[in-house]
Write a protein that binds this ligand. Structure first.
Ligand code: UD1
Ligand code: CA
Length: 454
């Protein structure tokens, strides 16, 4: 039997109190729904259908995967009604796995267990025991299997005392599900068509409903408000950091790091406190990231050290580079091996070849720097004329004195020297010295002006 996965994501998420639809709220830097889609993709399911409604176009525009099927639930009349919207294109002979767009930490392994442990013609619900089950549907068992699910708002005192709850994840044969959904009523406290009511219908038809327990409560937590979103964020961060530590990454404090995307690390990587990684980040063997750094969509070569308080985005480094403290690498900063970028230096869309140093208070933009170049403190590549960007090229072995302005487009030759304080507007040839500054005057016996009336 094939498997069709249906993800319910039409709800508004009123309790989020946000203009952003609930399933687009960010968890570890990605929308809630993206995590559920990852889980669905990791399963061997034939088709994945997202039931959407609230924030419709916004939600759809974020997920452009052609393989996804979308079913509109124009009015949110309940979880049963939502599943019904996905049924017309669901193959009759498949099994259906229902996932919730607001249960993002669920793993594919748990879904597989639910699907594999359940005979194909039976129904199974994923459950979990909770210390405080308030708000959830209660699992009512009889002789080991599940007899029905009672929603909190419809539950009597005895049912409310049950601590085993419905996580919302369910597997059932599509053909039978179709029939039960058609028979659903909404005569309940919320006036909704509950998906959970199909459990009693299945039992009535002589079908066994299995209650499979999840290993941990955090994996199946539903996100309804910002507090739960923050709890899920911490739980997911702990999971991501645990995986990295198992791969040999050292963290000064596993609780003080944030990974919002994918972080791939080599051997002997060390990450100090308050490092934030966003997008796709790759850290080579022996990379050290000191405290308070933001690294986004960047790749750092083996042995590179990022000192404290840097901001790196869309940049790459070769081996053994040293960056910061207080440096900024902007998109297109490409450093080769053994490059040093010091404090208060900004590099944008520039290549810097092996062994070059830009150590203090400098802006390098749209520039090509050769090998073993030394750029003095306070140097600025003037790349922008107010309308267009222009390029600066600095040859191998050049020495740029402090406080130099290189007005692009301009070329500085191999092994050339630029005297401190120069404003360079013309190309400088190989091995040449360029000085551009007013001659120094000395006035002897000079008296400073004195303050009037004193
Ligand atoms: C639901 C379950 C409850 C379970 C809990 C677990 C039902 C009736 N109740 O309650 O047993 O313990 O989840 O978290 O199923 N949705 C739609 N269309 C709708 C209504 C909901 O797509 O018309 C989607 C929501 O976007 C959400 C999911 O279904 O992703 C669950 O809806 P929600 O309203 O949060 O259900 P709960 O009250 O939490
Ligand atoms: Ca919910």
């Amino acid at each position: 039997m094939g498997l069709s996965t249906i993800i319910l994501a039409a709800g508004q998420g009123t309790r989020m109190r946000s203009a952003l639809p609930k399933v687009l709220q960010p968890l570890a830097g990605r929308p809630l729904l993206a995590h559920v889609l990852d889980c669905a993709a990791a399963l061997s399911s034939d088709d994945v259908c997202v039931v959407y409604g609230h924030g419709g176009d916004t939600v759809r525009s974020v997920f452009t995967d052609d393989g996804l099927r979308w079913a509109l639930q124009a009015e949110q009349l309940g979880t049963g009604h939502a599943v019904q919207q996905a049924m017309p294109d669901t193959p009759e002979c498949n099994r259906v796995l229902v996932l919730f767009g607001d249960v993002p930490l669920l793993t594919a392994a748990t879904c597989e267990r639910l699907v594999d442990e359940t005979p194909e013609s039976d129904v199974a619900v994923l459950t979990v025991d909770m210390d405080d089950p308030t708000g959830y549907g209660r699992i009512i068992r009889q002789g080991g299997s599940v007899n029905c699910i009672v929603e909190e708002k419809d539950a009597g005192p005895e049912e409310k005392a049950v601590r085993e709850i419905n996580t919302g994840v369910m597997v059932c044969p599509a053909g039978k599900l179709r029939g039960w959904l058609a028979d659903l009523g909404n005569d309940n406290a919320q006036g909704e068509y509950y998906l959970t009511d199909i459990v009693a219908m299945a039992v009535n038809d002589g079908i066994t409903v299995h209650g499979v327990k999840a290993d941990s409560w955090t994996e199946v937590m539903g996100i309804n408000d910002k507090k739960q979103l923050a709890e899920a964020e911490r739980a997911l961060q702990a999971r991501l950091v645990d995986e990295l530590m198992m791969h040999g990454v050292s963290f000064a404090d596993p609780a003080r790091v944030d990974i919002r995307g994918s972080l791939t690390c080599g051997k002997d990587v060390y990450i100090d406190v308050n490092a934030v990684f966003e997008g796709d980040v790759v850290l080579g063997d022996g990379v050290t990231v000191e405290s308070n750094n933001l690294v986004r969509d960047s790749s750092l070569g083996a042995g590179t050290v990022v000192h404290s308080n840097c901001h790196l985005e869309g940049s790459t480094t070769g081996k053994n580079c040293e960056i910061g403290p207080f440096a900024r690498l902007r998109p297109g900063a490409e450093l080769a091996d053994d490059v040093k970028i010091g404090n208060f230096v900004e590099v944008k869309k520039s290549t810097i070849a092996d062994g070059s140093k830009v150590n203090h208070l400098t802006y390098i933009g749209d520039t090509e720097i050769g090998r073993h170049v030394n750029v003095g403190a306070g140097t600025i590549t003037c790349n922008y004329d107010g309308a267009n960007k222009h390029k600066t090229v600095i040859g191998d072995g050049a020495f740029i004195g402090s406080g130099v302005e290189l007005v692009a487009p301009v070329k500085v030759g191999v092994n050339s020297t630029i005297g401190a304080g120069a404003t360079i507007t013309k190309d400088v040839g190989d091995e040449e010295l360029a000085i551009e500054r007013a001659r120094q005057k000395i006035v002897t016996g000079w008296r400073r002006p004195e303050k009037k009336g004193s």
